[in-house]
Design a protein around this ligand. Structure first.
Ligand SMILES: [Zn+2]
Length: 394
């Protein structure tokens, strides 16, 4: 169930008892990373290892201080196994168009400290990393940790990111981040291995591991916000494509004669359903300070015009989602971003259009839901990506 392939760094001779043991330890750790706190019986089921092998590996790792057992539950194999507090911590960083969230979590994905900041329009990499670093200094002090206990960070941002962690082209959303090697800059500034990922991909990872996508093998997470994008989980793994840019759903062409998009093309989906486009429809009646949160609140309170705007957004998105479903045949489509809080006001019209334009074989068993983790999906994904980047003594 791991999201990424990992390369076993195994010093023992291939095929030896030792190498098999290390490989089995890695499988146990991979499962723990994905599931968080769990039982030995679940680890055995997920890894397909014999219960006695799991029991012996867990015992060794408890002795080494990597894992801990909660003896208050059930028999020995029903006892909860989790990462020990001594094993270390990870950092999650959710960088948005106008916000930054910094979180420190233990390896069981329990958030121990978090702080959210408003960011100015056009914020730069340097100022964001300075804020992150000073926040981590104070969090580590409050948690009474040594900074060395922070093992890795995951950073998510609303821009295309290549496989090396470089922002490809930030367009209008994060202009000051364009063509920056964010992974290198953040790793140097924070002194940690950092994984950098597009926010739709992080949302997909978060919802897949801990939200609506639990137990699902093929799903799309669609973020509708200032930008519009998709993260795709195919056969249980995040699909990044050849260069990391898979899922640029917001730039599907809907109208060749339409408005010019920030990508340079005309009539992209994003020009119809981004936050700016949606709020623009209400400009004359609501004024410039009206936000997407205000729009959703008003629609849920029964405002007909606001409900109409959200419903039409669902219908417009529906055509593109139907096309996506015809190509990848997912079991689940999760819609994230603030507009998804409108739930059926958005998803009802979306479902109607998907069932109209999707071929039956691709949409018959499809579920379309709002993100279970809501605005936490991106941060959860960032923490999981950080967890995948840690090295533990085996
Ligand atoms: Zn575009």
């Amino acid at each position: 169930m791991s999201l990424h392939s990992t390369t076993a760094r195994n010093e023992a001779a291939p095929g030896s008892q030792t190498s098999l043991r290390v490989a089995n330890q890695r499988r146990v750790i991979e499962t723990m990373r994905t599931l968080g706190t769990t039982t030995q019986a679940t680890i055995a089921r997920e890894t397909a290892l014999a219960p006695s092998t799991v029991s012996s590996i867990v015992h060794e790792m408890v002795t080494a201080g990597v894992l801990a057992m909660d003896s208050s539950h059930g028999g020995r194999r029903g006892q909860l196994v989790q990462f020990s507090d001594d094993a270390g911590f990870v950092v999650g960083l959710d960088v948005g168009h106008r916000h930054l969230t910094v979180a420190v979590a233990d390896l069981n994905q329990n958030i121990k400290a978090r702080e959210r900041f408003d960011l100015p329009r056009g914020h730069s990499v340097t100022e964001v990393l300075d804020t992150v670093d000073s926040t981590l200094v104070s969090m580590v002090r409050k948690l009474k940790l040594s900074r060395a206990k922070l093992l890795a960070a995951g950073l998510t941002l609303p821009a295309p990111v290549d496989l090396e962690g470089r922002v490809v082209s930030a367009g209008a959303i994060l202009p000051a981040w364009a063509d920056t090697d964010v992974r290198a800059a953040a790793s140097i500034r924070l002194g940690l291995p950092v994984t950098v990922e597009n926010d739709a991909n992080a949302g997909a990872v978060g919802e897949f591991a801990q939200g609506r996508g639990r137990g699902v093998q093929n799903m799309a997470y669609i973020k509708v916000s200032h930008g519009v994008g998709a993260g795709l989980i195919l056969n249980g793994r995040l699909f990044r494509g050849a260069t990391g840019s898979a899922g640029e759903l917001g730039h599907m062409t809907l109208d060749e004669q339409g408005a010019v998009c920030r990508c340079g093309n005309r009539g992209c989906l994003e020009t119809f359903i981004s936050s700016e486009a949606v709020l623009g429809l209400l400009g004359t009646t609501r004024g410039p300070d009206f936000t997407v949160a205000d729009l959703v609140d008003a629609a849920l309170a029964g405002d007909v015009g606001c409900a109409r705007v959200i419903g039409d957004t669902g219908r417009t998105l529906g055509t593109t989602v139907a096309n996506l479903c015809n190509i990848i045949n997912p079991e689940l489509v999760v819609v994230g971003g603030e507009l998804a809080r409108a739930n059926d006001l958005l998803l009802g019209p979306l479902r109607e259009i998907v069932s109209r334009y999707g071929v039956q074989g691709c949409t018959r068993d499809l579920t379309i839901s709002a993100a279970e983790l809501g605005p936490e999906a991106h941060l959860t994904g960032a923490l999981i990506m950080a967890l995948e980047n840690i090295s533990l003594p085996l």
